[in-house]
Design a protein around this ligand. Structure first.
Ligand code: ADP
Ligand code: MG
Length: 352
């Protein structure tokens, strides 16, 4: 049974960057205003995510790493970010099947922090001889999750990761994307290598998406960006986004983003897509937007595209593999058409 769980977990967490994404989302769900990711050896030796969110209650610490416990947890009342993406309640559990996990957490009401170590979904003693339960310790409000020796029990997987630098680059990329999307949400993001004096990414809490694009990609690109906007019946959205909305809700969406102009090209394509505040991928949106650029940019050059979409959850097909995050849409043709038109108008009016 352990082997089956481990294989399943290895599907959910295919590389360090997947684990970072899941843990970042948990930190954001917890209302954090400051999130720091620290990596050793590309996250293979150590991945640490420290946040200042609402923390995990002691009783919940016992079960947070069991599969599908989410519904059993004492949810915080103000937790409005109920996920609209399938496949939930598996991330932490999965990670404990393929790494050594330690969680330290303190809620506002608790006089102290608690720390627990996890293996195969269960709490194990912090030290040999200790009881297998969360132990009181010092700590500030928030949660720190340490993931050590990722894939220590999956030799083939571990050996397949040749370059720590490559894994770290993927992690930094995920943190950067979240920093851009949450640019004006008052959240500060930091990503660094353990032992390094300076961070590879640091964005201040009081910032903006554009300012964080500048931090991550440089002023030269940031100067060339245009704001992209499109929407359809947006008044229907705010009620409908989080579960609740009927599947026959009319087509509605809101799109906001920044895209490079038609006179500027990047060496490699950058496509950053968030839907209902989750980082996802959509081959159809990517192809649609990139094809607009391919008619205006020199061959072999690329564009920068950051797009944030909101739409009713029932209009999204999320019945997909957890690591691919590829999304399909109920009103796909209409949506693609509107986005293509919006990009053409944006590029066109900037050229006039
Ligand atoms: P899900 O996010 O789908 O519920 P996860 O396995 O990612 O499943 O997390 C399980 C639970 O652990 C979360 O629902 C949340 O209650 C708790 N949790 C995880 N990380 C944090 C964090 N950084 N701060 C507060 N609670 C957290
Ligand atoms: Mg989660």
């Amino acid at each position: 049974e352990h082997v089956v769980n481990r294989i399943a977990a290895g599907e959910v967490v295919q590389r360090p960057a997947n684990a970072v994404k899941e843990m970042l989302e948990n930190s954001l769900d917890a209302g954090s205003k400051s999130i720091t990711v620290t990596c050793k050896e590309g996250g293979m030796k150590l991945l640490e995510i420290k946040d200042d969110g609402h923390g995990i209650r002691k009783d919940d610490m016992r079960i947070v790493c069991e599969r599908f416990t989410t519904s059993k947890l004492q949810r915080f009342e103000d937790l409005t970010t109920i996920s609209t993406f399938g496949f939930r309640g598996e991330a932490l559990a999965s990670i404990t099947h393929v790494a050594r996990v330690t969680i330290t957490s303190k809620t506002r009401d608790s006089p102290c922090a608690y720390r627990a170590r996890y293996h195969d979904g269960k709490v194990i003693p912090l030290r040999p001889g200790d009881p297998a339960e969360p132990r009181p310790c010092a700590g500030n409000q928030g949660t720190t999750i340490s993931v050590e020796d990722l894939f220590y029990n999956m030799d083939t997987r571990r050996r397949a990761f040749k370059s720590a630098a490559e894994q770290y680059a993927l992690i930094l990329d995920v943190v950067t994307r979240y920093a851009i999307h949450y640019g004006d949400s008052g959240v500060s993001f930091t990503c660094k290598r353990h032992g390094s004096a300076s961070a590879d990414l640091h964005t201040p809490a009081q910032s903006s998406s554009l300012a964080n694009i500048r931090v991550a990609y440089g002023a030269a690109l940031a100067r060339e960006l245009l704001e992209l906007k499109a929407e359809q019946a947006p008044e229907l959205l705010d009620k409908a986004i989080f579960d609740g909305a009927p599947a026959d809700a009319p087509f509605s969406f809101r799109a906001r983003g920044f895209v490079s102009n038609a006179n500027y090209s990047t060496k490699r394509a950058v496509f950053i897509l968030f839907i209902n505040h989750r980082l996802v991928d959509s081959t159809s949106i990517r192809r649609t937007l990139e094809s607009v650029y391919s008619s205006v940019l020199p061959k072999g050059t690329h564009a920068f595209i950051y797009l944030a979409l909101s739409m009713p959850a029932p209009h999204l097909d999320v019945n997909v593999h957890p690591t691919k995050q590829e999304v399909h849409f109920l009103h796909e043709e209409a949506l693609l058409e509107r986005l293509r038109k919006a990009l053409e108008d944006t590029l066109g009016s900037a050229n006039r």
